[in-house]
Design a protein around this ligand. Structure first.
Ligand SMILES: CC(C)=CC(=O)SCCNC(=O)CCNC(=O)[C@H](O)C(C)(C)COP(=O)(O)OP(=O)(O)OC[C@H]1O[C@@H](n2cnc3c(N)ncnc32)[C@H](O)[C@@H]1OP(=O)(O)O
Length: 258
């Protein structure tokens, strides 16, 4: 992976660890972060040696939101013609699973970026919020939609309209966060989860991500049909034969991503 200005990347086995690295601005998400993260994730998708991704920030901030200093001079015409923040949807199109490791602030675009990931492992110190209303705007990277799907309308309205933060415990109870761990365990826990994902059949993992992801968009009947078609197709893989043979033979499966 090439060197980036705003990201650190490090491959750990089949897991790519991507760390947001703008400590002076609490990892505020500017256009360079968006461009570089998009490139890094595209590279991961194209690399057979990468099975999953961990996205982390710093101890104090996963990301404190879109970069307010960059946004301040933007006009409506700039925003509309340039599809301002539209690039984050390309990041959501990443096909390999992404685990967000969230410590400290995940606010505005930071919360939205964590929700673009497939699931969130949070440190006990994590704080989630959509404070855009305090700046005279609303969420623009998916917060009104993904947060509502994750925590329900009541809590999403509360957070989006008042700008209040949720701590890690509330976020876990509400369904925003998959697991909470002590701060010193955060990275190891996220890397272990991502390592386990990367050890499974690549096709099964990517189809699992795709199927769960579609549940936001499809009716139940459409989603069930979609899942069944993907499920059927996995019986064409060598990995399905290997996975089931290994179970019957009481040994560990050796998936070859075939
Ligand atoms: C996606 C869309 C559509 C919108 C958004 O995301 S809008 C942004 C939403 N986020 C926020 O409103 C949070 C803004 N930040 C804060 O409220 C505070 O920084 C804090 C509560 C997260 C932390 O406060 P603390 O006192 O501990 O730290 P600061 O001195 O305030 O920050 C340190 C340093 O980082 C700069 N910073 C922080 N957040 C941003 C940001 N979102 N954009 C640009 N810069 C940010 C902050 O200005 C300061 O730098 P300077 O000392 O150079 O001013």
């Amino acid at each position: 992976m090439k060197e980036f200005e705003t990201l650190l990347t490090e491959q750990r086995g089949a897991v790519m660890l991507i760390t947001l690295n703008r400590p002076q601005a609490l990892n505020a998400l500017n256009s360079t972060v968006m461009r570089e993260l998009s490139e890094a994730l595209r590279t991961c998708d194209a690399d057979d040696g990468v099975g999953s991704i961990v996205l982390a920030g710093s101890e104090k901030a996963f990301a404190a939101g879109a970069d307010i200093k960059e946004m301040q001079p933007v006009t409506f015409v700039d925003a509309y013609l340039g599809d301002f923040l539209g690039g984050w949807e390309a990041i959501a199109a990443t096909r390999k699973p992404i685990v967000a490791a969230v410590s400290g602030y995940a606010l505005g675009g930071g919360c939205e970026l964590a929700m673009i990931c497939d699931f969130i492992i949070a440190s006990e110190t994590a704080k989630f919020g959509q404070p855009e209303i305090t700046l005279g705007i609303i969420p623009g990277m998916g917060g009104s939609q993904r947060l509502t799907r994750a925590v329900g309308k009541a809590k999403a309205m509360d957070m989006v309209l008042t700008g209040r933060m949720m701590d890690a415990a509330e976020a876990e109870r509400a369904g925003l966060v998959a697991r909470i761990v002590p701060p010193e365990r955060l990275l190891d826990e996220a890397l272990e989860a991502a390592g386990k994902i990367a050890s499974y059949s690549r096709a099964a993992v990517m189809m699992a991500k795709e199927a769960v992801g579609r549940s936001d968009e499809l009716t139940l009947a459409e989603g069930l049909r979609y899942e069944r078609r993907l499920f059927h197709s996995l019986f064409a893989t060598e990995d399905q034969k290997e996975g089931m043979a290994a179970f019957v033979e009481k040994r560990k499966a050796q998936f070859r991503n075939r």
